[in-house]
Design a protein around this ligand. Sequence first.
Ligand code: NI
Length: 140
Amino acid sequence: MSAQVTITKKFEFSASHRYWREDWSEEKNNAEFGLCVSPYGHGHNYDLHVTVSGRIHPQTGMIINLSRLKELVNEVVNQFDHKFLNIDTPWFKETIPTTENIALVLFELIDEKLKSLPDIYLKRIRLYEKADLYADVWKD
Ligand code: NI
């Protein structure tokens, strides 16, 4: 088996969210989600690590042109930055914007963007909500 190479670029965005289910009582929401039920939401500074894989181009020595990667990923990240995720984005009307769910949406959107680049694929994303908490999404 040949060696695999990945390269990872870090992105940052700030967003707020609220954990709440309309179909649950206030008591159940409080019990499950604690402080995250606050009606006006609360914010996080998210760190997003985007890992791509592919062949090292013999002339450039790179898997991917990093400015092109930055441009494409920022087209996605800009849709999350400084947004109240529950209200300002279309993805979390029915889905709770947990770290896991945000990471899953980001993966799908970034994966779609990167399809325009030949010979590389999105290997994994890692989304940090804070230094000691992150979610990983990857495809086998
Ligand atoms: Ni939170």
